[in-house]
Design a protein around this ligand. Structure first.
Ligand code: HAM
Length: 419
């Protein structure tokens, strides 16, 4: 019997897994540079947290959650996203009583029972950033700039930033009513009519061309903002302008989670086809109260690591695989294998990534291993070298080979490699 990974669950094997780490690293560096600290939150939480936090009417909660009863009969859910869990943790541990905003990043898998297709997975990997406890539009712009820096560090040049605002408690109800009135007058199917009553904004987001045509003249949130939401939005945009981060105003941008208020945004990559969203986020000024906390504003985003890997590959598909090690040692004979084992250990201790041929491989097979490892140098030690206290150092690019004293190999290679 043989097994396969569960449907819709991507795996990252070498050498591709190096890109996975590079994506995390790019965003972790950007987050660290902006003063965000790491938080490790649970992979599963009380189901009710997501029902209340993300919103019971969203697809994520109503159709896509991995929910089960644990052995104690509690209903738990594998996190479909990070924001609700991060807010829960901040409130539970009182981080909001310290300096504000509380700035945190987290990363790892999230789970959504979606129909798997290219770029849409059931176990998806996110890099998530939250700034909790500030209403300053500069924090909104900071989160956008942070994500932008991450994409740039990865060499992505075709990322688009789509920007919108969803208004607040004050102005959204009137907009929602105006939108509902407009939508109710249209000739729409039963399902969509139901959606008008539950979440009319989602109708604006319908991908079907016939629905798109019908909603073309629907009222837009940007024409219904209260003065403070308008000022907030204008400020975010002028700060982005100052940073020279280009964006597209997208007044129909609707996010799939219920907690959003004011600033919302998505990052999109044009080479990814239907699943082109490589990140998204926004403000969630009511989330804390929705899950039983005090009034506490927040903003953040998550980027989709899986899709960013695809974008990096799409923009730059002939990238060479990164080398696995810098030095590959080839012992010929049992005595040499023993000496080389220590040599490799010493190289590693000196900070030089090193590997060696095992299983008594002959010269030909071992040199093939050296090439495959991506190492810049091979160190070959035969019985005669051993007797003479030398090793052959071969430059695997030029093919040049020189004999060096065994005792100097570590310092010499370290010097050459750090040049
Ligand atoms: P989201 O838009 O649901 O937002 O997800 C963020 C990103 O995760 C998406 O842009 C996409 O790249 C990736 N993603 C989502 N679902 C899948 C999937 N099934 N397969 C592959 N990638 C996927 C959130 O999750 C919010 N919690 C973001 C946030 C943080 N808002 C405020 N703070």
């Amino acid at each position: 019997m043989s097994f396969q990974a569960p449907k819709g669950v991507p795996e990252y094997l070498p050498p591709r897994s190096a890109t996975f780490l590079a994506v995390r690293e790019a965003f972790a560096t950007a987050a660290g540079n902006a003063g965000y600290s790491y938080i490790e939150v649970p992979v599963f939480e009380d189901t009710e947290l997501f029902a209340r936090g993300v919103g019971a009417s969203t697809d994520v909660v109503s159709k896509e959650m991995y929910t089960f009863a644990d052995r104690g009969g509690r209903s738990v859910t594998l996190r479909p996203e990070f924001t609700a869990g991060v807010m829960r943790s901040v409130l539970e541990h009182g981080l909001h009583h310290g300096q504000l905003p509380v700035k945190l990043w987290a990363t790892g898998p999230a789970f959504r029972y979606e129909r798997p297709q290219a770029g849409r997975f059931r176990q998806l990997q996110q890099f998530n950033v939250e700034a909790i406890g500030s209403e300053d539009p500069a924090v909104d712009a900071e989160t956008i700039a942070l994500a932008w820096a991450g994409y740039q560090a990865l060499g992505l040049t075709r990322v688009r930033l789509l920007l919108n605002t969803l208004g607040c408690k004050q102005c959204r109800p009137a907009y929602r009513a105006a939108l509902q009135e407009f939508l109710r007058a249209l000739d729409l199917d039963e399902d969509t009519r139901r959606r008008i009553e539950i979440n009319p904004l989602r109708v604006l987001d319908d991908k079907r061309p016939e629905v798109r045509a019908l909603v073309e003249n629907a009222p837009l949130i940007t024409d219904h903002l209260c003065a403070s939401c308008k000022a907030h939005h204008d400020r975010v945009r002028s700060l982005l302008e100052d940073l020279r981060i280009p964006w597209e105003d997208t007044p129909r941008l609707v996010r799939g989670l219920d907690y959003y208020t004011r600033t919302t945004y998505e990052f999109d990559h044009p080479m990814l086809g239907a699943q082109s969203g490589i990140g998204g986020g926004g403000r969630y000024d009511g989330l804390s109260e929705d899950i039983g906390g005090p009034a506490l504003p927040g903003i953040g985003f998550a980027v989709g690591v899986d899709r960013i890997i695809m974008a990096v590959e799409a923009e730059n598909d002939d990238r060479p695989a990164p080398p696995r090690v810098e030095v590959y040692a080839v012992p010929l004979g049992e005595e040499a294998a023993r000496r080389v084992f220590t040599l490799v250990h010493e190289l590693r201790a000196a900070g030089v990534a090193a590997d060696m041929a095992f299983d008594g491989r002959g010269l030909k097979g071992a040199m093939k291993g050296a090439d495959r490892s991506g190492a810049a140098y091979a160190v070959i030690v035969g019985e005669r070298d051993l007797a003479a206290g030398t090793a052959q150092v071969k430059d695997l690019v030029s093919g040049d080979q020189t004999a060096l004293p065994l005792a100097e190999i570590v310092t010499t290679l370290k010097e050459i490699l750090t040049k």
